[in-house]
Design a protein around this ligand. Sequence first.
Ligand code: HEC
Length: 118
Amino acid sequence: MNVSIRRLIVAAGLCLSLAAPLAVAPSGLAADETVSEADRKAGQKAYKRFCSHCHGLDLKNPGTASFDLRKWPSGQHDQFVDTVSNGKGDMPAWGDILRPEEIEVIYAYIISHPDRKK
Ligand code: HEC
């Protein structure tokens, strides 16, 4: 095989292996769950519209039967996306209503909320 072609293949493989970790990280969210202001704001808006009537305005849970989202534990991103997409008990499923990016920004809003009790 021609040496320059072999170099090209090695370089392409390297690029793929470097790009892979980025592809699996949730959009706009770093591994340490640092949240950008843009995501937080977009999430706040979507939360207000789709979640607040059961979970409380500004995450202040009205003390009804719904889960207090201020107590959502850190590092449980996948569990969050799963419950929100598929529903749980009396919690409706949002997978057909919200786009994955919308669920991501709602998650960002919740985990960066100042009233959060981790
Ligand atoms: C119709 C009322 C209602 C709405 C609207 C609603 N939820 Fe819920 N949610 C609930 C109830 C009730 C529970 C408790 C479910 C249970 O544990 O049986 C819950 C639980 C949850 C939980 C915890 C699930 C777990 O794994 O224990 C999360 C996270 C959650 N909701 C997120 C959201 C988000 C995000 C939205 C907006 C997209 C939303 N909810 C909208 C009623 C609602």
